[in-house]
Design a protein. Structure first.
Length: 141
């Protein structure tokens, strides 16, 4: 995805939990534990007709501002758990825009895993699309 803004501006938005929380689908609450490092969140995710509320522990594990960042998250819900990591690489383009290369690896365990397995791919694509469309709109104004 390309955002029509300089890389430092895009980085500042994407590395700030408060800014990102404006675009995170299903986010109900956010608590900063250690600034620029560790936070807790509560997020609801719908898997078809089932909605699950996860308590998440999220931590930046690698930061190379304004080029690259990697985040890890672990969470639980009644009878289920989730683990994941996400990495973003920001490239400055010649016209002053920023290209975002984003990847994620998410694993769901427990009761919800059996329900979610067939929906996971489409759900992930939909939530990712919603998130980055919002990020683009917020940054580009």
């Amino acid at each position: 995805m390309t955002i029509n803004a300089p890389r430092p501006e895009v980085w500042n938005f994407l590395s700030d939990p408060h800014s990102v929380s404006l675009c995170a689908p299903g986010l109900e609450s956010l608590e900063i534990i250690t600034p620029e490092k560790h936070f807790k969140a509560i997020a609801s995710v719908g898997f078809g007709s089932v909605s699950v509320k996860f308590n998440l522990d999220v931590e930046w594990v690698e930061l190379d501002p304004p080029k690259r960042g990697k985040i890890k998250a672990r969470g639980s819900a009644p009878g289920s758990a989730v683990e994941g990591s996400s990495e973003m690489i920001l490239r400055e383009l010649p016209n002053g825009s920023t290209d975002i290369d984003w990847s994620a690896d998410v694993m769901v365990f427990g009761t919800i895993a059996s329900l979610a397995s067939r929906l996971m791919g489409s759900l992930t694509r939909r939530l990712t699309g919603e998130f980055f469309n919002c990020v683009k709109a917020k940054i580009e104004g």
